[in-house]
Design a protein. Structure first.
Length: 584
């Protein structure tokens, strides 16, 4: 077994492996030529997108124009721009896309997002951008890039059970493609020098956060056709990222794939293959968790989605509709071990340019239910794309996507962010919820005609943490969003639709005191209750009959810690809710 060890600096790191990469590249070139000849019509053999088209040109960010950073605050959804300056302003003329996110499970206020950073929208040269928040995503710091001046792409972030962060970054040099993984292990926000991790184009990474034999293992997979590795598209680290084992093949050679880890440390990979076009394949390894083992792929199963994961579409011309997503129910509930697959696909049984299709397995991935469509629009002309899925520790399934259903006729690709969730293991889904205004995804292309190929999301009991890109500010920027499902605080959406209580609070955020305001159209019996982000009741604020009209209540929260809370107003059979953000 071959392992590659961390070097003291990036320059030494590149030098030490240059000879190895050159020899591997000769073999890789042979593999690529042979493979591309055999699959000349294969969608994975399109023109390589991750390459150095433009030289690196340093920019003076302090001299670039500024505009207000974009943010939105709602009762169950808020979002803030991440790639901002020290004053929270947008830097005009740069671009950022293809974000990935890590959330510290020991301190959910601590979040890091990585992305492809384009310092100048007129240049295709990209670097490993990142930003961080220590107040649950309400404010962001953008320190710059990892490995300044070197071409970096395809950022993938993850975290371990102890709250250490990992950043897997694709490097490209003279046709060679490899990955380095950077770490933050001290509870702060500064990355180390990185560890060579083999890899290749469109890699994905997942870390085992179970308490089993594979705890702390890091797994990575990529597109075998674009890598210095040659034969093989998977590696692992069993020493917390100090070294990575030599690459090994994955059964079926999936690409545009993602990874997931089950409750017992079982490893899943789901992606597109040359063999199956109507959906994806899912492969599984039960022994990848065992250090020193020769990895076996115990299962390869075709999951029908009634559609193809197509790339290079009008809505995202040089990019994908999105990647295939796989995740597992790790709760102790009745869905324990269920496996889920979701992807945005171009439909086959009907013509639809993009639908969010979902399937599940209740037997560890061996058999799969017939696919269902999550988006609930009524026509076949809309495009749902950049779909992303994650599963909360309590088994709730969260799905987001971009959607053109409300786009005007003269801007048919204009998209908004939509959301739906399931609390019955994917059998039924909540009514699709539009979260944002429409935006034109074609604005601010960084000389590449795409918004990237994926967004990324992490779910916990309190909601979904989303890293995504949009053009709401007139250019491509990266955003953090937090989505709180109605089920988290017991809000019945159907009952709340016709309420007119205008429930709100100010100031917000606040430290110790805030005023909660609401309006009663008639004399009513009122219950106003404060909950934490997990839906746990903190305190009943009002429980009495109140007269018609406006009401204001000063709420003392000096005994509560920093975090997100909710005030829920119940009047007879109706209810309303507002979010309270406490920052100490």
């Amino acid at each position: 077994m071959i392992s590659f060890i961390k070097n003291s600096s990036m320059k030494n790191h590149l030098s030490n492996f240059s000879a190895m990469r050159a020899s591997v590249f000769l073999f890789t070139s042979f593999v690529l030529l042979s493979t591309q000849t055999l699959f000349s019509q294969n969608i994975s053999s399109k023109k390589l997108q991750e390459k150095v088209d433009d030289p690196y040109i340093p920019v003076e960010k302090d001299k670039m124009e500024r505009s207000p950073g974009y943010s939105y605050e709602g009762s169950l959804f808020f979002m803030n721009q991440v790639n901002v300056d020290d004053n929270g302003n947008n830097i005009v003329g740069d671009a950022a896309n293809e974000p990935s996110i890590a959330v510290d499970p020991t301190n959910p206020d601590r979040i890091v997002i990585g992305w492809r950073q384009f310092d100048n929208v007129n240049s295709n040269f990209r670097q490993a951008g990142y930003g961080y928040s220590d107040d649950a995503g309400h404010t962001w710091t953008f320190p710059g890039v990892i490995d300044p001046g070197n071409f970096r792409s395809d950022p993938v972030l993850d975290f371990d059970a102890d709250g250490n962060f990992y950043y897997n970054s694709l490097g490209v040099d003279d046709g060679n493609m490899w990955c380095d993984v950077y770490r933050i292990t001290d509870g702060g926000f500064e990355w180390d020098d990185g560890v060579y991790a083999i890899g290749g184009d469109k890699q994905w990474m997942r870390i085992d956060r179970t308490e089993g034999l594979g705890a702390g293992n890091i797994y990575a997979a990529w597109n075998q056709k674009f890598s210095t590795c040659g034969i093989g598209s998977f590696t692992r680290s069993t020493d917390e990222g100090e070294s990575y084992e030599n690459c090994v093949p994955v059964d079926g050679n999936p690409f545009w794939a993602t990874l997931a880890i089950g409750p017992d440390g079982e490893l899943y990979e789901a992606g597109v293959t040359d063999e199956y076009r109507d959906g994806v394949i899912v492969v599984k390894s039960n022994n990848a968790k065992l250090a020193g083992s020769e990895i076996d792929w115990d299962m390869k199963t075709w999951v029908k989605l009634d559609g193809e994961l197509s790339g290079w579409t009008n809505v995202n011309p040089a990019g994908l509709l999105g990647q295939a997503w796989v995740d597992v129910d790790r709760s102790n509930g009745p869905g324990h071990g269920y496996v889920y697959v979701m992807a945005a696909v171009q439909r086959i049984s009907i013509y639809d340019p993009g639908d969010i299709m979902f399937s599940r397995s209740t037997d560890g991935g061996f058999t799969w239910d017939d696919p269902i469509r999550i988006n609930d629009d009524v026509t076949f002309a809309n495009t749902q794309w950049m779909g992303t899925m994650s599963v909360a520790p309590d088994g709730r399934i969260d799905v987001i996507w971009l959607d053109t259903r409300l786009a005007p006729a003269d801007h048919i690709d204009n998209s908004a962010l939509y959301y739906s969730y399931s609390v019955d293991h994917g059998l039924t889904w909540s009514v699709n919820e539009k979260l944002t205004d429409l935006f034109d995804p074609h604005l601010g292309y960084p000389n590449q005609n795409k918004m990237g190929d994926y967004f990324d999301m992490v779910s916990d009991e309190g909601g979904a943490h989303l890293a995504w890109a949009n053009t709401l500010n007139g250019e491509e920027d990266v955003y953090y969003a937090h989505i709180t499902p109605e089920v988290v605080v017991g809000l019945d959406k159907k009952k709340a639709e016709n309420t007119s209580y205008n429930l709100r609070n100010y100031p917000n955020p606040f430290s110790n005191h805030t005023s909660v305001l609401y309006y009663l159209p008639d004399e009513e019996n009122v219950n106003l209750t404060l909950y934490d982000s997990f839906g746990k009741k903190i305190k009943v604020l009002v429980n009495q009959i109140q007269e018609k009209g406006s009401h204001e209540l000063l709420v003392d929260v000096s005994g509560l810690s920093t975090g997100i809370y909710y005030a829920r107003l119940e009047v007879n059979s109706s209810s309303d809710i507002t979010k309270l953000v406490i920052i100490k």
